[in-house]
Design a protein around this ligand. Structure first.
Ligand code: MG
Length: 223
């Protein structure tokens, strides 16, 4: 009986996620779900991307248990920001995104980041209607985190290793991390970068374009 309830909840989530995805497709929005631990640098990555792509129309749905601090940070760079507070829920669900979508002008956005609640586990199992998931790991988090969290690594279309400017100061073996990711997911590119110095950012921006943003911008220009 218990299993049945869980299955029903997930099915309802998946159905709503499909509706979200169809709406994103119709509006020509490329949607990236960023998943990483608290403090891993998800917001800083989005801020750096917003700053580096002033010509791209970028929206953000920021998920946190409490506060609108992330939305306030990103609102300095884009008008299209919605904060979702989940209370005691450790992940975003399709219904949260649906609710946030009502506050966004999808027709005015080409790229939408969904910053999930800081957590490497629970968010992975919930389809939100995104086009891809990106796992965010950081140098201060330790080089064992990919191996310890295989689910997010396997589900990710790309992996970001952020805060590389701090590598000289922390005990993080980059090769160990890279090998662990490769063993779990041989097809996901890894982008070591630093939002602080800008190192490595270019490759990340190029990937966003090749993964789906570029095609949607081209389609938007034709319409
Ligand atoms: Mg954040």
């Amino acid at each position: 009986m218990k299993v049945q309830v869980v299955e029903n909840v997930l099915r309802a989530n998946d159905e709503l996620a499909a509706i979200n995805r169809a709406d994103f497709e119709r509006a020509g929005v490329f949607v990236v779900d960023l998943i990483g631990a608290p403090g891993s640098g998800k917001t800083a990555l989005i801020e750096a991307t917003l700053k580096a792509m002033p010509g791209v129309r970028i929206g953000v749905i920021a998920g946190d248990l409490a506060t609108q601090r992330d939305a306030d940070r990103m609102a300095k760079f884009t008008n299209h920001v919605v904060q979702i507070n989940t209370g005691k829920t450790c992940h975003l669900e399709a219904s949260h995104v649906r609710q946030a979508m009502s506050g966004l002008a999808l027709g005015a956005i080409d790229l939408l980041f969904i910053e999930n609640v800081g957590n490497l586990i629970c968010p992975v199992g919930f389809d939100l209607g995104q086009h891809c998931k990106v796992g965010v790991f950081n140098a201060c988090g330790g080089d064992d985190k990919a191996a310890k969290h295989p689910y997010i690594v396997r589900e990710s279309s790309a992996i970001v290793l952020t805060q590389i400017d701090l590598l000289p100061h922390v005990n993080f073996r980059q090769q160990v991390f890279m090998d662990d990711v490769k063993a779990l997911n041989g097809s996901a590119p890894v982008f070591p970068l630093s939002p602080t110095t800008g190192d490595g950012l270019e490759a990340w921006l190029k990937w966003l374009e090749s993964a789906g943003l570029g095609a949607r911008q081209a389609r938007g220009r034709q319409m």
